[in-house]
Design a protein around this ligand. Sequence first.
Ligand SMILES: Nc1ncnc2c1ncn2[C@@H]1O[C@H](COP(=O)(O)OP(=O)(O)OP(=O)(O)O)[C@@H](O)[C@H]1O
Ligand SMILES: O=C(O)c1ccc[n+]([C@@H]2O[C@H](COP(=O)([O-])O)[C@@H](O)[C@H]2O)c1
Length: 194
Amino acid sequence: MKKVGLFFGTFNPIHIGHLVIANHMVEFSDLEEVWFVITPQSPFKVKQSMLPDHHRYQMVQEAVGEYPKLKASTIEFDLPQPNYTVNTLVNLKEKHGDQYIFSLLMGEDNLKTFHKWKNYEVILENHHLYVYPRISGGDVPERFVGHDHIHRIDAPVMEISSTFIRNNHKKGKNIRPLLPESVWKYMDEMNFYR
Ligand SMILES: Nc1ncnc2c1ncn2[C@@H]1O[C@H](COP(=O)(O)OP(=O)(O)OP(=O)(O)O)[C@@H](O)[C@H]1O
Ligand SMILES: O=C(O)c1ccc[n+]([C@@H]2O[C@H](COP(=O)([O-])O)[C@@H](O)[C@H]2O)c1
């Protein structure tokens, strides 16, 4: 069975922070592949300023193109919205449960609100979580500290977010180094986030 890390996100757009995390995991952990799962509608996010799913998917495709261990997944495109991760995991298990063992990747900001996710206890019981450091407000809930299924990754913090990229691109700032080159070109040619 192949060990796969699922990296759920809106990727609006995907940035080098996402790519560094995914690459770090396939190079320095027991995960053999990372799949970027593009979420049409996160339960915690408003749809405003969200690019259509296929454009966010296309940018992820551009980003992972030259990384054979990284993949883009559209599994959530056909599932009910908002997209609850627990439902997607059931769906993935039904489809691929005999080939892959799935873990989750997330930034520390997401661990701080993980107790608000639908059926988070079920997710945690059945999967391992790999948590990448990220500067964010609030604390990690006590129940997650030292948890057997939660693995904190020792890696450098990157202060990059899709929000920063969208806002500053709109202001005419040069954000080009924060995106894989092919993603930047796609975004620029398509006039996104202007
Ligand atoms: N710089 C970063 N360091 C660590 N984790 C990150 C970083 N950027 C994103 N992530 C993680 O990647 C996953 C997907 O994030 P998402 O697509 O929402 O990106 P984002 O940059 O946080 O977007 P936005 O600014 O639009 O909220 C989440 O688990 C998030 O915590
Ligand atoms: O399942 C949930 O209840 C749930 C609640 C919030 C977020 N998520 C997932 O976490 C991913 C990152 O969330 P966000 O809001 O930071 O983009 C998003 O793509 C969702 O799949 C899932």
